[in-house]
Each structure stands twice: as C-alpha cells, then as structure tokens.
Design a protein around this ligand. Structure first.
Ligand SMILES: O=C(O)CCC(=O)C(=O)O
Ligand SMILES: [Fe+2]
Length: 283
C-alpha cells in the first residue's frame, strides 16, 4: 500500500496509511513521517501495537528522549511513560496543554500509543497554535510578539494527586526542586518551518512577565479560551493499537476525562526539542 496522508480537519491532523512502524524505520519513511509531521502537526496510525522498545526506537530517530520527573515509567523501558488509570489519577490531562513546557528545551513531539481503551469516551483533542495565532488581530499579534511568560510544573501536577504517598511526595518535591519555573516567548517561531504560533497553555503558563498581574491574568484567559476554539482542533477516537505523533512545538492537546471508571492505558515516548525562540530573537 502506498504511503498517503489523509487529512482529518482544516486546521491540523492527518491519518497515515501505508506505514508499519513495527518494521525498522528506513530513511525514506523517516523523511516522509518528518515532512508529514511538519505539514499536519499531528499524525495518526492505526494497528501499530509497538513494544515499548520499538516505540522508543522509533521516537529516538527524531531526537533525545525525555524522562518524566513525575509520571510512572515502563519497568523495561524508562523512556516510556505509562498513563494508566489504575496507576494514576489522570484527570489533570483534561486541560489544554503543551507537554513539558516547564523545561528549557520542551519536547519537539511525542508518540502516544493506545494499549487499552474504554468502550466509549477517552478521546484526545489537539489544537493548532499557529491557526490560533493567525486568527488574532494584527494589533494583538504585535503585542504578543514581544512578550514572554513563566511556565511552572506545579500548575499541572497538584500536590493533592501527586504528593499523597510518601514516595509520591518525595518525587513531587524532587521534581519541583529540579524544575524551577522557566521563561519562554509567548509567540514561538517554529524552528523548522518558521511559522509563528502561540506558546502559552492553561497547563503550565502562569504569568506574562512584562505585564501587570491583572493584565497578565486577563490576557492569558483570553488566549487560553481563544486557542481552544473548535475551529483549530482535531479530535481522535482511539482504538487499541493506535499511535499518535504530534509536533509539540506548535500544538496543544486535551485528554477528555469522560470515561471513568473504565480503564485506559497509554504509553508515551517524548522527544526533546530546542529552546523556544520568539519573533524578535535570532536563531
Ligand atoms: O491520554 C491522552 O490521551 C493524552 C495524555 C497527555 O496529555 C499526553 O500523553 O501528553
Ligand atoms: Fe500531554
């Protein structure tokens, strides 16, 4: 079957046909996947029940992998993060966020593999941050281009859910100590395409540095609501064996919390990226 990308919505998202990631990734497939990712921002592949090792190996073609400071890791493969409703309360992912923006070099992207899915519910939504940016008025874009914001891990990992056991609390405190808030541009220039996108999200962004507190709060609320408009989204209904690969530099996502108490298990490999650059900065 030839390799094709089937577009799923106007803003972003495509289904990939004709690729089997259980086979070693050759140079042509790697290039096609990379180009597809830049063009569509999130790719979906069905019937790819990869082993944790295979998933890690595919992800490692795209960069160094991140090991999450809080979420559990796969026992055989520490680069694979395990999102299992029987291990963790995962409702905190039902919030629009770009992954791991609380570090200096946030992920380039992630590969998320569905292992066990509920009979219904548990969809994930992605939104294009470049579509959101482009839909703002020119004066507001001009203001945002010169701003920066703080991103803080503790905004998405509340102590009530991640610090309740002694081990959990120890991990939580170590994660906070190792990850003090970081500052990123409010508008990021995509390092490969040069396209501008919003780079704030409800998950981790706490404060716009250059503004007064009340101004920052009001503007962030406006941007969070704007970025979550359905026009900028694609929604994926999972089957076990599905794999999603998203460009985390120009998207945010939301894991729908509508399926409990059914079990849901996902494996994620997270590829580190570069330091986000704003419109005024040189490469
Ligand atoms: O469980 C999901 O569908 C997505 C969770 C999430 O936010 C992530 O894997 O980054
Ligand atoms: Fe996420």
């Amino acid at each position: 079957m030839p390799l094709t990308f089937e577009r799923l919505s106007p803003a972003l998202g495509a289904r990939v046909h004709g690729m089997d990631l259980r086979e070693p990734l050759d140079a042509a497939s790697h290039t096609a996947l990379h180009q597809g990712l830049l063009e569509h921002k999130v790719l979906f592949l069905r019937d790819q029940l990869l082993t944790p090792r295979q998933q890690r190996d595919v992800a490692a073609h795209f960069g160094d992998l991140h090991i999450h400071p809080i979420y559990p890791k796969h026992p055989e493969q520490p680069e694979i993060l395990v999102l299992d409703t029987e291990l963790n309360d995962l409702r905190d992912n039902a919030l629009w966020h770009t992954d791991v923006t609380f570090i200096q070099t946030p992920p380039l992207g992630s590969l998320l593999s569905a292992r066990q899915v509920p009979a219904y519910g548990g969809d994930t939504l992605w939104a294009s941050n470049s579509a959101a940016y482009a839909a703002l008025s020119a004066p507001l874009r001009g203001l945002l281009d010169g701003l920066s914001a703080w991103h803080d891990l503790s905004k998405s990992f509340p102590l009530e859910r991640f610090g309740q056991t002694p081990e959990g609390l120890q991990r939580f405190n170590a994660a906070r100590a190792a990850n003090p808030p970081v500052r990123h541009p409010v508008v990021r220039v995509h390092p490969e395409t040069g396209v501008k996108g919003l780079f704030v999200s409800a998950g981790f962004t706490t404060r716009i540095v250059e503004l007064e507190e009340a101004e920052s709060e009001a503007l962030l609320q406006l941007l969070f609501a704007h970025a979550a408009r359905p026009e900028f989204q694609v929604r994926w209904q999972w089957q076990a064996g599905d794999l999603a690969f998203w460009d985390n530099r120009i998207t945010q996502h939301y894991a729908c919390d509508d399926y409990r108490p059914q079990r849901r298990v996902m494996h994620r490999a997270t590829i580190l990226g570069d330091r986000p650059r704003g419109p005024g900065e040189q490469g």
